[in-house]
Design a protein around this ligand. Structure first.
Ligand code: ZN
Ligand code: ZN
Length: 338
């Protein structure tokens, strides 16, 4: 088969790779219905994270089980499944506590920007839909695999409650789905920080009540102003830079909650600043697995449409254009069809 390999900054190739095969009895092989490019793929695409060797790319996936190892019990060939970007056994004590992305046997998924994929720990990682879903639901089910699950974690980790005032830092796919998640959890006011008209529009569609275009100190001041000087109850940081993190902490009320779900790059927190901010901080790689059943159900019942974040659909063979479009911010998120 042909799959996506990153050789270095800006150098994505779609080239011949070995077909995945069962390596452990707990593995499954999927034929993917769709996959996509992640905002986090751009860190290495832009050279911010070093690429030391040709790396198979992709960690967001859904599709049909083709083959399972001898020890797999809960999924079987022919089923449509969605999995997380972190494979987990779903039985160890971290998994049972709801932190499957810190599973004692965790394996980071990679190589999903390809027609077929090996998923380790299939029983713990994959969740099957009751039947093969209609094709128009595939983008939303794919979104569950990472960006929707991550946006949901952002809202959950920031303790979003009915009636809450929420601020979302970042208007990428995760930020937009954090807005949707906060809305689902009953937030009354959702302030989205965004400078891009098309993204502001989707943020409003997903439930944002206010848009703040300012950044940094001016952005924090604007949120304070919108909240009568108090600050937001919950701030969802969906970027991972020093500026976005400071902005998030600065926008929260004393005693408020800040979640952070963007992979931090160069973020350093000042102990005294954090001390006097009086905020709860909770973040990390989203335990998407714990949310899969609920989010798959919301999608299948057509209560939410997280697939709208895919504003570019390409054949998988044009994956390099998907990276370019996201890098140049011409696209929010690129969906790839094998
Ligand atoms: Zn991702
Ligand atoms: Zn585990």
């Amino acid at each position: 088969m042909r799959g996506t390999v990153l050789y270095g900054p800006g150098d994505v190739r779609f080239e011949e790779r070995q077909d995945p095969k069962i390596l452990a009895p707990t593995d499954a092989i999927l034929r993917l219905a769709a996959t996509c490019v992640c905002g986090s793929d751009l860190w290495s695409y832009r050279g911010i994270q070093a690429v030391t060797q040709p790396t198979p790319m992709g960690h967001e996936y859904c599709g049909i089980v083709e083959e399972v190892g001898g020890a797999v019990k809960t999924v079987k060939p022919g089923q449509f499944v969605v999995g997380s970007f972190a494979a987990s056994d779903n039985t160890c004590s971290h998994c049972r506590a709801g932190y499957q992305s810190s599973c004692a046997h965790r394996e980071w998924m990679t190589g999903a920007q390809a027609p077929r994929l090996r998923v380790p720990l299939a029983d713990g990682t994959l969740v099957a839909t009751p039947e093969v879903p209609s094709d128009d639901l595939v983008p939303s089910l794919l979104a569950v695999s990472d960006v929707f699950g991550t946006g949901w974690f952002a809202a959950d980790a920031a303790n979003v409650k009915t009636g809450a005032t929420v601020a979302v830092v970042g208007d990428g796919a995760v930020g937009l789905l954090a807005v949707l998640s906060a809305k689902q959890m009953g937030a009354e006011r959702i302030i989205a920080m965004s400078r891009h008209t098309s993204r502001q529009k989707l943020a409003r569609e997903y439930g944002a009540t206010d848009i703040v275009t300012e950044r940094g100190a001016a952005g924090m001041a604007r949120i304070k102003e919108l909240t009568k000087g108090v600050g937001a109850d919950s701030v969802l940081e969906c970027v991972g830079t020093q500026e976005s993190m400071q902005q998030a902490i600065g926008a929260a009320r004393p005693g408020g909650f800040v979640s952070y779900v963007g992979v931090p790059h160069g973020v350093q927190l000042d102990g005294a600043g954090l001390f006097f901010s009086h905020v709860h901080l909770h973040g990390g790689p989203a335990p998407v697995r714990s949310y899969l059943p609920k989010l798959i159900d919301l999608v299948l019942q057509r209560k939410v449409d997280p697939g709208k974040v895919f504003d570019l659909t390409l054949p998988l063979s044009q994956v390099a254009e998907g990276y370019r479009a996201m890098d140049e911010r011409r696209a929010i998120k690129a969906l790839l069809r094998p």
